[in-house]
Design a protein around this ligand. Structure first.
Ligand code: ATP
Length: 398
């Protein structure tokens, strides 16, 4: 992501549950362990000194096993849980220390929380349900109805606007709930395991729906999940929690390629890495030959020897790949005194976008040539060899 703008900044957050959190806080600061504090005075350190920044427009997943502190963390962001110590800045305003009145305004205007069952009102129509968030924010009737219809169209439920939720299937009701959360003007969405009660098929549908809507809406989303596959699919970044602390914050790719410890490794051991790693990440950066400029076969051969490759890419003057040249072909051409590379070029070659996951690059390996990796505009970014693809799919990181 470019131009990262912090939206939520958490600094040294500590949340302790119990009668006397100050005493427990003191013990914690003296270096007593979470277990020790629980055994000694029965207090639970829910969040044990967490700092992190969530950027504007980011879908930030908080993942961890049951009891690791995910809900506690997300509930501190809108102060459903009062932090014991630390700061939570939302747009540079410390929500941990604002007065009640301002807190209510922030909750109303900036933050929307989505729970597991979405809690639709059974006696309100689908449209009225979607409008609800806007209604409590004081949006007038015409505008909120208009907005509700727009968002219902986005989730493909326009025809159901005047029905009661009970007339819709479970999956459709979930979509209404999601539409309601997204229809509010809240810039920050806190989603606490919203899809975990759904059957796998609907769950996948909802995940895709969320990703699709997020592309249009660019909300800042904090999404809790205990499912690594969901986290990897949805998250721009993922924070992995354990015992109230954050063990690693990383992009999905970093997490599967560079886990920091055994706890993370255990999480990712069953992950299909090919579905996560982008081809661009493993591309080798090489300087290709430029058509019309690098015409000398001997110089080209030298370049190939430098990279120790058998096939070299040729790009046009804009930097887009146009073909490859083979080492043997070059050697033969040199021995025959031929000197124009464009005559030796093979114009059929495999090409893939840098953001393509390895699982969709795999089939290109069969062509026997290194694969040209290009960016969104088609400019040459590097190559991947068949062996690069296989090694990255098959090898677990250390
Ligand atoms: N109201 C509470 N009173 C006392 N302890 C609590 C309270 N809420 C949470 N805890 C404790 O804080 C720790 C973190 O709980 P939290 O609910 O944040 O974890 P979680 O990762 O969201 O778990 P789950 O996935 O099961 O919802 C746990 O040890 C839990 O027992």
């Amino acid at each position: 992501m470019e131009n990262l703008q912090p939206k939520v900044r958490i600094e040294n957050l500590i949340k302790i549950y119990g009668e006397n959190p100050r005493l427990a806080l003191q013990m914690f600061r003296e270096g007593k362990s979470r277990d020790h504090i629980r055994q000694a005075i029965g207090h639970v350190v829910g969040i044990a000194n967490v700092s992190l920044t969530i950027n504007q427009g980011e879908l930030f997943v908080v993942m961890g096993l049951s009891g690791s502190g995910k809900s506690t963390l997300i509930r501190c962001i809108n102060r459903l849980n009062d932090p014991t110590s630390g700061h939570i800045y939302i747009d540079d305003e410390d929500i941990a220390h604002v007065e009640e009145k301002r807190l209510r305004e922030i909750r109303l205007l900036k933050i929307s929380m989505v729970f597991q069952n979405f809690g639709l009102f059974p006696h309100k129509t689908v449209a009225e349900n979607v409008e609800y968030g806007l209604k409590v924010r004081g949006t007038d009737k015409t505008s909120r109805h208009q907005k509700a219809l727009e968002i219902l169209e986005t989730v493909g439920l326009t025809a159901w606007a005047s029905y009661l939720p009970a007339s819709l299937s479970g999956g459709m009701q979930q979509r209404v709930g999601l539409a309601r959360a997204l229809a509010t003007d809240a810039e920050i969405l806190l989603m606490d395991e919203p899809f975990s009660a759904l059957d796998p098929l609907i769950r996948r549908e909802m995940q895709e729906e969320l990703l699709r809507l997020q592309k249009q809406l660019h909300k800042t989303i904090v999404f809790i999940s205990h499912d690594i596959h969901e986290a990897l699919k949805l998250g721009d970044r993922i924070a992995v929690m354990k015992d109230g602390s954050i063990i690693q914050i990383a992009t999905p790719e970093e997490l599967v390629t560079n886990p920091t410890d055994d706890y993370i490794r255990a999480f990712i051991q069953d992950v299909n890495r090919a579905q996560v790693i982008k081809t661009g990440t493993i591309a080798r950066q090489i300087v290709p030959l430029i058509l019309g400029e690098d015409n000398d076969p001997s110089a080209a051969l030298k370049q190939m020897l430098h990279y120790d490759c058998n096939d070299m890419y040729i790009v046009d003057r804009d930097g887009k790949p146009v073909g490859t040249v083979n080492r043997k072909t070059l050697e033969t051409a040199i021995s025959q005194g031929r000197d124009d590379i464009s005559q030796l070029m093979q114009t059929h070659f495999p090409q893939v976008n840098a953001s393509t996951r390895l699982e969709n690059t795999f089939h290109l390996c069969q062509q026997g040539l290194p694969i040209a990796v290009v960016d969104g505009e088609g400019f040459f970014k590097g190559v991947v060899e068949q062996s690069d693809v296989l090694v990255n799919i098959l090898t677990m990181p250390n």
